[in-house]
Design a binder for this molecule. Structure first.
Ligand code: PLP
Length: 402
């Protein structure tokens, strides 16, 4: 069509958000998109209301309200182990979504490559197109969803500008451990490139796992743009609050991109964000414990009706293998399966292929989100029992061992 850019033709609308619309049409339970259906903490909602009443209603300084940047810098030093100056190293953005594209626009030149691990959070593909970077994909292989260091090395070259690292990982739930981060750090140094980390699920961890930030490794502070956000930690995905932390040089470039993309994140919500970052440690422990319980409810429901699942180590998604179900239902692939599941059973999930550049790799997979009330998950479980019965899964308990 005349008038439409070639960039806009290189990607489709979000499969995940499209599935949410389909779910609404069918009155389904939305286990597709990763937003909670339970309330945000009362104290931060009250703080947002107060901030509006107190007339924090005009533009804030483009890179973020000072008190919010100070709270972020404090948290990043304490929790992530990254030295951070709130005056020069922090940019507050409209969600991690904006932080990622602002970061890429700040560092990518024509001809630059960026390394993306696949399966990947679906925004990274369009982010590469928009920023003009050439994506180079490296596989995360089930059941562990870890990478082969040799494959990562082969993907790196003098053209590599950045390696994108998402931990805990969406969709697999893999928590990237220190050894894997050391491999990435060594390659960043060898190829003189940077890392951009997406750590939005940093507090949602299971079975005693610890979050490690790449920027806290020796030599990586200057080479890493660390993205964190409030959407998932405080169940406020609609507030659009996040930040990028980086060296002052990188931050200066990110701030320019951010300024001309959005001017700034919502001012009253940044004021309330200060309260959020001041919540006590018990809040974060309860958050993780609540998600551990939800993980069990959904995992048991899925295994009980014949899905083979890859139990997540962090984040709030479960990847399930549908090979047996496809055969039993006479369906062709993940997309047909998800359409059938939402229209016939009333539960929405995301087709696995939307997390891969090579769609075939995800044809037998679907992703379920469990950031929902226990009652919602139990109702989804009840609906799922209407699936035709499949043979007991071959691995015994329905879990693919990691
Ligand atoms: N990064 C990952 C890995 C995600 O899963 C999501 C949302 O699902 C986002 C970023 C979006 O975050 P935000 O709401 O901060 O834009």
């Amino acid at each position: 069509m005349r008038g439409v850019s070639s960039k806009s033709e290189q990607f489709t609308e979000s499969v995940i958000r499209g599935m949410t619309r389909l779910c609404e049409q069918h009155g389904g339970i939305n286990l597709a998109q990763g937003f909670p259906d339970f309330p945000a903490p009362a104290e931060i909602k009250a703080a947002a209301k107060r901030a509006i009443d107190d007339d924090f209603n005009q533009y804030a300084v483009t890179w973020g309200v000072r008190a919010f940047r100070e709270a972020i810098a404090d948290k990043v030093q304490r929790y992530n182990g990254i030295a951070c100056n709130p005056e020069t190293d922090v940019t507050v953005t409209c969600g991690s979504t904006e932080a990622m594209i602002a970061a890429l626009l700040a560092v990518v030149n024509p001809g630059d490559e960026i390394v993306i691990f696949e399966p990947f959070y679906e925004n990274y593909g369009p982010d590469a197109v928009i920023s003009g970077a050439t994506p180079v994909y490296v596989s995360l292989r089930p059941p562990e969803f870890t990478f082969d260091p040799a494959e990562l090395r082969a993907a790196c070259s003098r053209r590599t500008k950045a390696i994108i690292v998402n931990t805990p990982h969406n969709p697999s739930g893999h928590v990237v451990d220190r050894r894997e981060l050391e491999t990435i750090a060594a390659l960043c140094s060898e190829y003189d490139c940077i890392a951009i980390t997406d750590e939005i699920y940093e507090y949602i961890l299971y079975d005693g796992r610890q979050h490690v930030s790449l920027a806290s490794l020796p030599g990586m502070r200057e080479r890493t743009i660390t993205i964190g956000g409030l959407s998932k930690t405080y169940s406020i995905t609609g507030w659009r609050l996040a930040y990028a932390v980086a060296s002052s040089d990188l931050t200066a470039a990110i701030r320019k991109m951010h300024d001309f993309l959005t001017v700034g994140a919502p001012h009253p919500l940044q004021q309330a964000g200060v309260q959020a970052l001041r919540l006590p440690d018990t809040y974060y422990r309860q958050l993780a414990a609540g998600y551990a319980e939800r993980r069990t409810v959904l995992a048991d429901a899925l295994k009980g009706v014949g899905f083979r699942i890859y139990p997540p180590q962090g984040a709030y998604y479960i990847i399930a293998d549908i090979s047996d179900l496809l055969a039993r239902l006479g369906l062709r692939d993940d997309v047909e399966f998800c359409n059938w599941l939402v229209s016939e059973i009333g539960v929405a999930a995301v087709p696995g292929s939307s997390f891969y550049r090579q769609a075939e790799l995800g044809r037998n997979l679907v992703r379920f989100a469990f950031c929902k009330r226990i009652e919602t998950l139990r109702e989804a479980a009840r609906r799922l029992t209407r699936l035709p019965r499949v043979q007991p899964v071959s691995s015994g308990d329905g879990t693919v061992a990691r």
